[in-house]
Write a protein that binds this ligand. Structure first.
Ligand code: URA
Length: 302
């Protein structure tokens, strides 16, 4: 028999919630369970039949969630971006499995942005990625968009989701210390993520989520036009550099990131969250940071 909150005493409810919190449950999404296996099977079927976005329930695929775009303020150089409410997510009855239409929509929206502020507004209006429905905020970027160096992480965590800014939790504090060790700060670096919405429970973003968000991060790099890109961790390094190699073999080797016509020097390195779990690996990142510092000096000299 299903138990509803209204059947429970406040004490029992508090004890249950505290049990959930202790067990690591951080997101309560829906009243009814969602059969993800059925969704995946339906998606696979729609792909093989070449059909556009398949509807689970509710409105037709072209019901145009993009109509909800809002104009968001520009990111100010050096400013910490405050959390901003997102455009409301669709109701559960309007949720769709991402199909080719969502990927096309992401590409068109990203391409239509001619400034970083427009890109933020475009992302805010993009409803094709399931992650935005469980996230509290859009975590867009922090730091100085005119900086020479752009750092790209994986996806926001709990603290970032609350504050609406990337790298503000424990990993972010370590990133700040890493920046400061080579004379950088959020005034002289630009910081963002591959994925702008927190995956529930901080799970690794799924491949389709990375692909849905790829046009936005690619456009973000093109618009910010940094002189150096630093990829933090496996997800950003592998997906932006288009390689299957793991971060431990990629890190520390200078590569090129292709942003349209531009070839931007790119340095993959370990993610600060990984360093929190594996502090002995900080020596590897220290070598990468020194290499980065040397490149920055060369840029200034030259
Ligand atoms: N980890 C990330 O990759 N990005 C953040 O913003 C925070 C933690």
């Amino acid at each position: 028999m299903a138990v509803s909150a209204s059947d429970m005493t406040p004490q029992a409810l508090a004890a249950l919630l505290s049990f959930y919190a202790d067990s690591g449950v951080e997101d309560l999404c829906e009243d009814a369970a969602i059969d993800r296996f059925e969704q995946s099977a339906a998606l696979a079927q729609s792909r093989t039949q070449g059909k556009p976005q398949r509807e689970l329930t509710g409105a037709p695929a072209s019901s145009g969630q993009q109509g909800q775009r809002s104009s968001a303020p520009a990111v100010r150089p050096g400013a910490t971006v405050a959390a901003q409410p997102m455009t409301p997510a669709p109701q559960a009855s309007q949720l769709t499995i991402p199909g080719e239409a969502a990927f096309e929509d992401a590409r068109a929206l990203a391409a239509s942005a001619t400034t970083i502020a427009e890109l933020r507004a475009a992302l805010d209006g993009f409803t094709g990625c399931n992650l935005r429905h469980s996230a509290k905020t859009l975590v867009f970027a922090d730091g100085n968009p005119d900086a020479d160096v752009m750092f790209i992480g994986e996806a926001p965590g709990r603290e970032e989701d609350i504050q609406g800014a990337p790298f503000v939790g424990r990993a972010g504090q370590l990133l700040d210390r890493m920046l400061s060790a080579i004379g950088l700060s959020r005034d002289t670096a630009y910081i963002t993520n591959m994925i702008p919405w927190r995956p529930p429970g901080n799970r690794t973003p799924a491949p389709h989520e990375i692909e849905l968000c790829r046009p936005f991060i690619e456009r973000h790099v093109a618009l910010a036009a940094p002189k150096i890109v630093v990829m933090l961790g496996n997800v950003a390094s592998k997906s932006l550099l288009g390689t299957d190699k793991g971060i431990l073999s990629l890190r520390g080797t200078w590569m090129e990131y292709l942003a349209g016509e531009a070839r931007i020097p790119a340095l993959p390195t370990l993610h600060p969250a990984y360093l929190l779990r594996n502090p002995a690996q900080k020596r590897l990142v220290w070598a990468d940071l020194l290499s980065l510092q040397e490149r920055i000096e060369q840029l200034k000299a030259g």
